[in-house]
Design a binder for this molecule. Structure first.
Ligand code: CA
Length: 261
């Protein structure tokens, strides 16, 4: 039986712990060949009210998806039988595939570049190593957005008061033109382009500072601090830049109602 073959991937202990009837919990299909990572992720998801289903190969994942499409797919890029990008394409082609949110688990920066190149949506990858708490928060956020929009994660429904004008290298906030230094502009531009996406300090350093060897994590923090002060001067009660503890920074997706300031 299909189901049995899928659950061969679970250790005996894992099966006892996770293979429970799950009527209303959102089911998360986890495609990951490293048992240690799979165990950690499953534990974090199960602890937070999700029903994880682990597949250790792409083949098992395709079977599981056909048998019962999940609420969301977490997929490792480095799989033994098929790489995660190929698997992603095949899943997308299945019934319900195109409307199911999918997040890549990636370990290398070249993989991240490829995922970003796919331009799937605001939340398309989680960089390893990740904290289980962060992963669960991302999963929850993606599901919340896809439930609201009815399709894959989108950024359209939130009225973002930050307006980016790339041609002029300008950003307006509630209609006010921000006076930004080169790096402040670079930072905010990156965040504004992908609301909700958590950028690590390393990513921000490499993308905004172009790998300048004199730059450090605290450089990022210092620029975020001055940026926040400039934003606060316009809208004191709004905090557009969210700190994701230990992980990095993201642009808020929850904006207060009302637009003119
Ligand atoms: Ca792997």
């Amino acid at each position: 039986m299909r189901g049995e073959r899928i659950y061969q991937a679970l250790s005996v202990e894992g099966a006892a712990r996770y293979h429970r009837p799950t009527m209303h919990k959102p089911r998360i299909l986890l495609v990951e060949d490293e048992p240690g990572i799979a165990d950690t992720v499953q534990y974090a998801l199960a602890s937070d009210g999700f029903a994880p289903q682990w597949c250790s190969t792409a083949q098992l994942a395709l079977q599981a998806f056909v048998a019962d499409p999940p609420a969301l797919v977490l997929l490792d890029v480095g799989l033994p039988d098929l790489n995660g990008f190929e698997l992603f394409k095949q899943l997308q082609a299945l019934p319900h595939g195109a409307s199911t949110p999918m997040l890549f688990l990636t370990a290398r920066s070249d993989e991240i570049d490829r995922v970003v190149g796919l331009e799937l949506g605001a939340d398309d990858y989680i960089a390893k190593p990740f904290s289980p708490r962060e992963l669960v928060a991302r999963v929850r956020g993606v599901l919340r957005r896809s439930a609201r929009s009815g399709v894959a994660p989108a950024q359209a429904e939130v009225k973002n008061p930050l307006q980016l004008d790339e041609a002029r290298r300008q950003i307006r906030y509630y209609g006010h033109l921000l006076e930004l230094s080169r790096y402040e502009y670079g930072l905010l531009r990156l965040l504004v382009q992908r609301p909700g996406r958590v950028f690590s300090r390393d990513e921000l350093l490499s993308q905004v500072w172009d790998g300048d060897s004199d730059s450090f994590d605290r450089t990022v923090d210092a620029h975020v601090k001055t940026l926040r002060a400039k934003l606060k001067a316009i809208a004191p009660e709004v905090e557009p830049i969210r700190t994701s503890r230990g992980a990095g920074y993201a642009l808020s997706e929850a904006w207060p109602a009302g637009n003119d300031r």
